[in-house]
Design a protein around this ligand. Structure first.
Ligand SMILES: [Cu+2]
Length: 294
């Protein structure tokens, strides 16, 4: 049988095109490491995330020298990475390998890091795991690409990659303080600082009391706690007209706290001040405290 040369050419071109299509699809499916969210990590109960081993402990956790896990819960209409306020950034160090584990506690969302190829559906009951390598300090937006309801357009977050020296995993575990103090006496406050990093680090700890700020430091072993004691001469504070001294202890990390427990607050009663019937307003500070003055 005689086939015309042009017809042969077209047949060969069509065959090559088909082979090309199949190769592209195969490469896209297997070669790029793109995977469907599946059950390879066991399924979980979206209504009981608090009790889950991973999602009961949201936030940044160090797993190796430069390796970190970040556990994030997506919900209508935000991401909860365990920070104090809703839109606090997820802070990570430069030159790190980070695996984000994301699940949803309500409907289907997505988690995408703008400007990177990290983009996954987030399905209730399933865990989406994505590993990213961060280089130099930078900032990335997190967006939801899956329409999830009326507030979908506002569903966003921030990942901040900071210099290594600015990154810490400190938190305030507890603060021991006297319940009351005689004005003019020394007051002691002891803060227990936890270091969740895998290396020894020095934490800068601040105490705000009255209108003064005291600075201190404590070096804490890897995955351990250390204590730091502040001695405050209440005679040097302006305690006139006060029933109590409010204090706040903060562990400074140089970057926004990665944990929701970077600060702890309380108050110490001032003995002999404000115990009699003086006018107090709702926040407990004396408004007319003539009797309390010495
Ligand atoms: Cu959404």
């Amino acid at each position: 049988m005689n086939i015309h040369a042009y017809e042969k050419l077209w047949l060969i071109a069509a065959l090559l095109l088909i082979v090309g299509f199949v190769a592209t699809i195969t490469y896209g499916a297997v070669g790029l490491g793109i995977a469907m969210v599946d059950d390879s990590e066991e399924t979980l109960d979206p209504n009981a995330l608090d009790e889950h081993e991973r999602f009961g402990d949201l936030g940044v956790h160090q797993t190796g020298e430069n390796q970190y896990d970040v556990n994030v819960r997506a919900y209508q209409f935000n991401y909860d990475p365990g920070t104090t306020a809703v839109h606090d950034p997820i802070v990570l160090p430069e030159n790190s390998e980070v695996t984000f584990y994301v699940t949803s506690s309500d409907v289907i969302h997505s988690f995408s890091l703008v400007g990177t190829n990290v983009n996954s559906m987030v399905i209730p009951g399933e865990v989406s795991a994505m590993t990213v390598e961060f280089g130099d300090p930078d900032e990335y937006g997190i967006l939801c690409n899956e329409y999830c309801g009326s507030g979908h357009h506002a569903m966003e977050g921030i990942v901040q990659v900071v210099p290594e020296e600015d990154f810490h995993l400190f938190s305030i575990e507890s603060v021991d303080a006297h319940e009351s103090v005689e004005p003019g006496d020394d007051l002691e406050l002891t803060a227990t600082v936890a270091n969740d990093a895998l290396a020894e680090e020095t934490a800068a700890v601040d105490l705000e009391i009255g209108d003064e700020t005291y600075e201190n430091e404590v070096t804490v072993d890897a995955e351990s706690t250390g204590t730091v004691t502040f001695t405050v001469d209440t005679g040097s504070l302006d305690t006139d007209d006060l029933e109590a001294l409010d204090w706040t202890v903060t562990v400074e990390s140089g970057s926004p706290a990665t944990f929701d427990d970077g600060t702890e607050s309380g108050s110490v009663d001032l003995e002999g001040q404000g115990e009699d019937e003086t006018g107090t307003d709702d926040d407990g500070t004396a408004t007319e405290d003539e009797e309390g003055d010495e």
